[in-house]
Ligand binder design. Structure first.
Ligand SMILES: Nc1ncnc2c1ncn2[C@@H]1O[C@H](COP(=O)(O)OP(=O)(O)OP(=O)(O)O)[C@@H](O)[C@H]1O
Length: 329
């Protein structure tokens, strides 16, 4: 179990990490999700021992790691850009931690073959790392990190540098590999999908503080307040009668005084929908159309429409609410 208690890091007057407490049980993957500049890389570096704590403690299996240097903490780090050794081939990179541990040559070679198999790169051992694609480099970096048999794998936006389709594919693969190898991992990222695909638990970090944590699905669907909801992609917030109207149409309990938060996907332009609206603006996105609507008796909302919908400004449409994209705050 990795445990952080009130971990604090200051850079002069700047409080980059503010009393962060987290617990990561063995075998689980925890994602710390937050926008750029919220302090998540600093937190990861502090856990690794690369940044001094101004307060609090980092414990691994009951041992306080204060004073334990980075290379003795039993962690492996994996960054956005892999940071492979360019003078070594693929097998040399993956085998590097094994050589450091003094694993004998034939055993190390066998483990390298296994690890390359695990990350989906069999027969890549002899390749020069400079000839690999970004996705292949990240797989090699992962194999090298796993070769160290870390007590905890620390991942800093491991897939951010990759293009979208590769990122999605590799995220799924990475999840499978972490669970097959029972790796305990802490991931920091600004990417919702990366956190959602990889992690069992999620902690939302804003301005140096963890403002919500819990099972990934719970955090995703039940944000604790408007700040968290906005960061997680809820774009419309309704209170009072408008909130009641939409909640009622979606079959949700009466929100009373609680704000009702809506993702775009909570409202869909659909000829069978019970609500009525006027189109204000529409813009195509990859697999739908994003529409700003003036919902009758409610006001401005964001919604989604199918790509073939007629959505000129002023056009009247019907809207189908979907409670899956709604949360009561
Ligand atoms: N060595 C440093 N000295 C001074 N300030 C720093 C240092 N490292 C980070 N900071 C500041 O601390 C804050 C948090 O930075 P950090 O890199 O942890 O954010 P982040 O959430 O990882 O952002 P990103 O996703 O953009 O990398 C920022 O305001 C940053 O400018």
């Amino acid at each position: 179990m990795l445990r952080l208690d009130d971990v604090t890091v200051r850079f002069g007057d700047l409080l980059a990490v503010d009393e962060v407490s987290l617990a990561l049980p063995e075998g689980q993957v925890l994602a710390v999700l937050g926008p750029s500049g919220c302090g998540k890389s600093t937190l990861l570096r502090a856990i690794a021992g690369l940044e001094d704590l101004s307060g609090g403690s980092v414990n691994l299996n009951g041992q306080d790691l204060a004073g334990v240097p980075t290379h003795r903490r039993g962690f492996a780090l994996m960054f956005q850009d892999g940071q492979l050794f360019r003078h070594l081939d693929v097998a040399g990179n993956v085998g590097y931690p094994l050589r450091l541990r003094g694993v004998d040559r034939s055993e190390a070679n066998a483990q390298v073959v296994d690890l390359l198999e695990t990350v989906g790169l069999p027969d890549y051992g002899d390749r020069d790392v400079t000839t690999l694609s970004g996705g292949e480099q990240q797989r090699v970096a992962l194999a090298r990190a796993l070769a160290a048999q870390p007590r905890v794998l620390l991942l800093d936006e491991p897939l951010s540098a990759l293009d979208r389709s590769l990122r999605e594919r590799l995220a799924g693969d990475l999840r499978g590999i972490l669970s097959a190898t029972h790796t305990t991992a802490l991931l920091v990222t600004h990417d919702h999908d990366e956190a959602f695909t990889l992690a069992d638990r999620m902690a939302v970090m804003l301005e140096g503080q963890i403002v919500q944590q819990g099972p990934t699905q719970t955090v995703w669907t039940e944000p604790v307040d408007r700040r968290v909801a906005e960061f997680l992609g809820f774009s419309t917030f309704l209170v009072g009668t408008p909130a009641e109207q939409v909640a009622d149409a979606a079959g949700l309990p009466n929100p009373s005084r609680a704000p009702l938060a809506l993702r775009r996907s909570a409202l869909r332009v659909d000829p069978d929908g019970p609500l009525h609206a006027t189109v204000r603006r529409a813009a195509a996105i990859s697999d739908a159309v994003r529409v700003d609507l003036e919902l009758d008796d409610v006001g401005p909302v964001e919604a989604l429409a199918p790509q073939d919908a007629v959505l000129t400004p002023g056009h009247r449409v019907r809207v189908l609410p979907d409670r899956a994209g709604m949360a009561l705050l």
